[in-house]
Design a protein around this ligand. Structure first.
Ligand code: NAD
Length: 289
């Protein structure tokens, strides 16, 4: 069994506790036992789990795993605290707000011999799986992914990082990318922003990623992918899966803890995560110019 602490009791943190209290029967997630949570607020017990300080959690021997569910700008220091204490870490995406820090954290995890896992529930959605099936075997000519959504709360960072789920879709669908240009329109008084990044696939096919957020904007992914044989203009609708997304991620993470994920697969995931963080950083730098 692995004792766990959840850091940050927002939407994600609350779901993490819920899922560990009722893991999918027969799955490796049954090996996780939530023992405590950490919050900057003084809270009553949450779903029967009590609050501890970060210092206590880091030093407790019955806690071997930390879930980092805070807003994005706090991920890096929380991950570092728990890796340094020799704990396995599961962090909600994005891992960090810059590439260098993520690389350092992966090295630290390796040095300590623990698992560092970044949640990517967007890759577990039925919509994504259907889209992946549709794209398979087709040759991309050019494409656009335009995401819209409501304004983000403070602490979620630059859109290329807070929206790394979309970038991760593009990388998983079309392979490693490079950034050729990026711009940012902002109206901070109205909490509005629109980031446009121009990307290229390894065989020089152009992709545009737009991340647009503002009060009242519907949460939607608009796509236009032109292939040699056809054009896809919407994400194929798919019925929801039987197992929740965070539960699927929990199972994947706990399979890593149980040594059930091959080194090859772990390495592939790490390369993809670092590639996406590097792209996000390149986009941010181009927007600042
Ligand atoms: P959230 O806004 O619900 O919580 C973020 C932080 O705010 C947490 O640390 C929480 O403790 C704190 N917080 C929440 N309510 C508060 C309050 N009333 N007073 C003071 N502090 C409060 O955000 P979230 O959706 O849980 O996101 C956390 C992380 O999970 C982010 O890194 C995000 O990118 C990631 N994530 C979330 C989802 C999702 O569906 N919610 C999906 C994928 C990844």
């Amino acid at each position: 069994m692995f004792g766990a602490v959840v850091v940050g009791i927002g939407t994600a943190g609350w779901v993490r506790i819920r899922d560990m209290l009722a893991p999918l029967p027969g799955s490796p997630a049954e090996k996780l036992n939530v023992r405590a949570f950490i919050s900057r607020r003084k809270l009553d017990s949450q779903q029967g789990v009590s609050q501890v300080t970060a210092e206590e959690a880091a030093s407790r021997e019955d806690i071997q795993v930390a879930f980092i569910c805070t807003e994005n700008v706090l991920h890096e220091e929380n991950i570092r605290t728990f890796l340094q204490a020799g704990k396995h870490v599961c962090v909600e995406y994005p891992m960090t707000m810059n590439y260098k820090a993520a690389l350092e954290l992966w090295n630290l995890a390796q040095e300590k011999g623990v698992i560092l896992h970044e949640e990517h529930i967007e890759l577990l959605t039925e919509d994504y799986k259907e889209l992946k099936r549709e794209v398979e075997g087709k040759l991309l000519q050019e494409g656009t992914l335009h995401f819209t959504g409501g304004a983000l709360k403070p602490g979620f960072g630059f859109p290329a990082f807070s929206g790394i789920a979309r970038l991760t879709w593009l990388v998983e669908l079309f392979g490693e990318l490079s950034v050729t240009a990026a711009t940012m329109e902002e109206d901070s008084g109205n909490n509005y922003c629109k980031m446009t990044a121009k990307l290229l696939t390894s065989d020089d096919r152009p992709l545009v990623w737009i991340e647009e957020r503002g009060p009242g904007l519907p949460r939607a992914k608009n796509i236009n992918f032109q292939f040699d044989s056809c054009t896809l203009t919407e994400v194929p609708p798919a019925p929801r899966g039987a197992v929740g997304l965070f539960m699927q991620d929990l199972i994947h993470f706990s399979a890593k803890l149980a040594g059930q994920v091959s080194p090859g697969e772990l390495h592939k995931e790490k390369i993809r995560i670092l590639h996406c963080l590097r792209l996000a950083e390149n986009i941010q730098q181009l927007c600042k110019r």
